[in-house]
Design a binder for this molecule. Structure first.
Ligand code: TGC
Ligand code: FAD
Length: 416
């Protein structure tokens, strides 16, 4: 675990610009808000982990992220770096290569990564919650020993295939199918919108067996009939690779089936973990926008005064801070529930829905506060706002999470 704690570089100061390259945040890191003294509720280890990842984002992500997003490419070496700082599978025990941290540490790591960019948090949350989690929870001992240490170090990259071209919000209708061929399974079908599929070494894929039950299996790049075409032309999450998974009579060895789960609860339980991480992560994106807006409006003068002196700007800043603070408290208590194994899927849905909407609203509104500058790559708002369009869609859309809450309140399923 200690490697997470040894990368602390100290707080940085204001933004430095080298030509068009932003090399640090535009605001002092000391201005990142903790309005309700939530730090007092964290352990020293939580704070050290949070500050370490914050510094790593400052030095590794911030200098590269605008260029990566503008060029629609990923940050070179990102997964290995995430592995080095312990951000891949933070709650996976040390026995399997993870740092063995608690759920609040996991959340704080996601928050700091997404202050950098949603693509960076996505890379960590897919690897951690959607690939390592199912292998850890539902895999055989051989599968755990074979894949988890390499996933934790970033030596291999994983992806998660649930969504299909014809079935997104409704995964129970999936068409991908496998048949038992005696010494192997034969898999056919396709998955769409898969984070990191074009660069993944392995894929955790969910498909139906002949009995109609959903099962998970681990596919490896290079299996005959298994291809991973890239999805081009995204306006969102441009620093992350997205693609398809296509299965054309893929022979999957029997030992690659996840033995310990069947039914839709398999993939949906992985989503609980990823949605929890997103709830924290988007607070980071909101903080980046809020801190930038505070700094800019205090510096930018119009009508002979800093624009921060106008009531309309102050109203926006006050509302941003209020919403960020509420989101922080929601996540902290959800983290406590998760540590006690008491967080219900519906509680996680509420946090994912509320916090992503909070962050996208702050990104859009704060972009306006910078006027024309708000559309530029030197400032983060436009990039966060565009990224959050994906975040509000994936891991269950905003409306699907509302329906999950509605079902929890009424006991009535309003999906179909
Ligand atoms: P329903 O009949 O309600 O449930 C079927 C079975 O699943 C169980 N279950 C859950 N188990 C664990 N956790 C949850 N959150 C669960 N939700 C349901 C349920 O108890 C039942 O179990 P059993 O034993 O009785 O069979 O299912 P439904 O077909 O009515 O659908 C429910 C619905 C709509 C809520 C669900 O399917 C859903 O969440 N849809 C949204 C799909 C989604 O979120 N897809 C995400 C794909 S992955 C992704 O987006 C990665 S983005 C990665 C990144 O870059 O960060
Ligand atoms: P649809 O399900 O077609 O929904 C379209 C609209 O209809 C939405 O507004 C939705 O809310 C609404 N709707 C649907 N059903 C109802 C209903 N019953 N009542 C009211 N409204 C409804 N998936 C993976 O498996 N793995 C990944 O790694 C992954 N990464 C992704 C990365 C990106 C960048 C994106 C954009 C998506 C990713 N996804 C991934 C897929 C994502 O989970 C789906 O896009 C999402 O679940 C929505 O499915 P859909 O796009 O098919 O939309």
């Amino acid at each position: 675990m200690n490697y997470l704690l040894t990368i602390y570089f100290g707080n940085s100061g204001k933004a430095l610009f080298l030509g068009k390259t932003k090399i640090m945040s535009y605001y002092p890191l000391t201005s990142i808000p903790d309005y309700y003294s939530i730090d007092a509720l964290l352990t020293e280890e939580h704070k050290l982990i949070r500050d370490s990842v914050r510094s790593w984002v400052e030095s590794f992500v911030m200098p590269k992220i605008d260029e990566a997003a503008q060029n629609h490419t990923d940050i070179p070496g990102l997964m290995k770096e995430l592995g080095n700082i312990g951000a891949l599978g933070p709650y996976i025990p040390e026995e399997y290569g993870g740092p063995g941290l608690d759920q609040i540490s996991y959340g704080l790591i996601m928050q700091e990564l997404e202050r950098g960019d949603s693509a960076v948090r996505s890379a960590a949350s897919v690897q951690s919650s959607l690939v390592m989690f199912p292998i850890f929870e539902y895999g055989s001992e051989e599968q755990k020993r074979k894949y988890l240490p390499k996933l934790a170090s970033g030596d291999i990259i994983g992806c998660f295939g649930l969504t299909e071209p014809n079935h997104g919000s409704d995964p129970s209708s999936m068409e991908s199918k496998f048949t038992d061929q005696g010494d192997h399974y034969l898999l056919n079908g396709a998955k769409m919108w898969i984070t990191n599929s074009p660069v993944a070494d392995i894929a955790v894929v969910w498909a139906k067996g002949e009995d109609g039950k959903v099962r998970g299996m681990i596919l490896e790049r290079g299996m005959e009939g298994f291809t991973t075409p890239t999805t081009h032309n995204k306006w969102s999450l441009r620093a992350s690779k997205t693609g398809e998974l296509v299965f054309n009579n893929v022979k999957v060895p029997k030992e690659n089936l996840l033995p310990n789960v069947e039914g839709l609860k398999g993939p949906l339980s992985c989503l609980n973990s990823a949605r929890y991480g997103i709830s924290w992560g988007v607070i980071g994106a909101a903080m980046d926008c809020y801190c930038t807006a505070v700094q800019y409006t205090k510096e930018r003068k119009q009508f002979g005064k800093p624009i921060a002196s106008f009531q309309l700007q102050q109203k926006k800043l006050a509302e941003f801070l209020t919403e960020i603070t509420k989101a922080q408290l929601l996540c902290l208590q959800l983290g406590n529930l998760k540590n006690a194994h008491k967080a219900s899927p519906a509680q996680i849905s509420m946090a994912k829905r509320n916090n992503v909407k909070m962050a996208i609203d702050i990104a859009r509104e704060s972009r306006q506060m910078l006027g024309g500058m708000g559309i530029m790559g030197e400032f983060p708002m436009m990039r966060h706002a565009a990224n959050l369009e994906s975040v509000i869609t994936y891991e269950g859309t905003h409306d699907i999470h509302l329906l999950i809450t509605g079902m929890d309140i009424t006991g009535i399923n309003a999906f179909g």
